[in-house]
Design a protein around this ligand. Structure first.
Ligand SMILES: Cc1ncc(COP(=O)(O)O)c(C=O)c1O
Length: 348
């Protein structure tokens, strides 16, 4: 075969999700088990041939996102999910050999796209208490081109404080700070208000989690106008399809549904932690839609058993800081009960 670029040769493909999704309980992908707003389904039912026979129009959607977030349309760019804008940002800012900083463990797609552009990837281990490695980050910053921070992060579930984030932004005027806010609705706080003050800040958000539109693929980035101009050169002109635009618009407008699902997810999260506590397992809350549970030495074996029962968890056993732990997305009660019953079956 004709050789691929050197940077691509060492990359492992993400791979397709196997099987029939409706037969699985997936607690490993941080999807939203409550599903999207009924308004989204209504909007999709109203689709006419002339809506999908033409290339998508973004003006109304951009205006609505700008209004909801109190920014100008010139401050944002759409993408085919947050994954896609991460790739675009790497392509726009990082040349081969330039340094990309990311805390470890963190969202794998960041390292993947850094690798594909040929960056020198510098992974900074989280502190033992799973807090952001601030000191190490400040040391590495002067020689870095891009720093990726996920807030709140996955799988750690922790988040960097605004004060520390501002410290970093000020210390690194020549480094792009890519702040991934995919889970910000669950945390209840965004850093969009910092955009005005920091030309090096790019904030990523997604419609996959709180809005439960993962299958439709809508992501976006916010930044100062000049940065957005550069991102738009590389972003695909029609990255978000016409159905997704209709759905996204309906989701944005149904603020009651958004609030309700977040509230219910949090209540279920507390219940699930309580059950693990009663069973004698250590758990950690997150500021997102998952918990971490310490399963212990049998983590690999029990993950396989769960899989045989169609329950998928994110087994973190190979990560130094989280040996023996699982990350589990909060599902609804029947699915959570099924998880607990399989785990109980493994206990003496
Ligand atoms: C931190 C983080 N960023 C981005 C994404 C991807 O989001 P999207 O579905 O919008 O591509 C995920 C998905 O799990 C994530 O955990």
């Amino acid at each position: 075969m004709i050789p691929v670029r050197e940077a691509v040769a060492g990359v492992q493909a993400y791979g397709l999700l196997p099987g029939d999704r409706r037969k699985m309980i997936r607690m490993d992908l941080n999807e939203n088990a409550w599903g999207c707003s009924p308004r989204v389904l209504e909007a999709l039912q109203e689709i006419a041939p002339e809506d999908i026979g033409v290339y998508p129009y973004y003006a109304d959607f951009l205006a609505e996102i700008a209004r909801v977030n109190n920014v100008s349309e010139d401050n944002l760019v759409l993408s085919n999910g947050a994954d896609d804008i991460i790739r675009t940002i790497m392509q726009v800012f990082v040349d081969a050999g330039e340094k990309v900083l990311v805390a470890d463990p963190s969202f794998g797609i960041i390292a993947l796209h850094a690798q594909i552009v040929g960056a020198e990837l510098c992974k900074m281990p989280y502190e033992d208490d799973l807090n952001f490695p601030l000191e190490k980050c400040l040391q590495e910053l002067p020689s870095a081109k891009l720093l990726a921070i996920v807030r709140p992060d996955s799988p750690t579930g922790t988040f960097i404080s605004r004060e520390n984030l501002q410290l970093i932004l000020a210390a690194a005027p020549n480094c792009i700070v890519m702040l991934d806010e995919t889970y910000h609705h669950f945390l209840g706080e965004s850093c969009l208000d910092l955009l005005e003050s920091y030309p090096n800040l790019i904030i990523i958000q997604s419609f996959s989690k709180a809005y439960a539109l993962a299958g439709l693929r809508i992501g976006l980035a916010f930044a100062q106008r000049e940065v957005v101009g550069e991102l738009r050169k590389v972003a695909l002109p029609f990255a978000v399809n016409a159905l997704a635009v209709k759905a996204g618009m309906a989701a944005l407008r149904d603020t009651d549904y958004l609030a309700m699902t977040i509230r219910e997810m949090k209540a279920e999260k507390a219940w699930l932690r309580e059950q693990f506590d009663k069973l004698g397992y250590d758990s950690r809350d997150s500021f997102a839609n998952f918990i971490l549970v310490n399963i212990g030495e049998r983590a690999d074996e029990i993950a396989e058993l769960l899989k045989s029962e169609n329950v998928y968890v994110k087994n973190l056993n190979k990560m130094d800081l989280l040996k023996g732990w699982y990350r589990m997305t909060i599902n609804r009660r029947p699915e959570n009960e099924k998880l607990l019953s399989v785990i109980k079956g493994t206990m003496p």
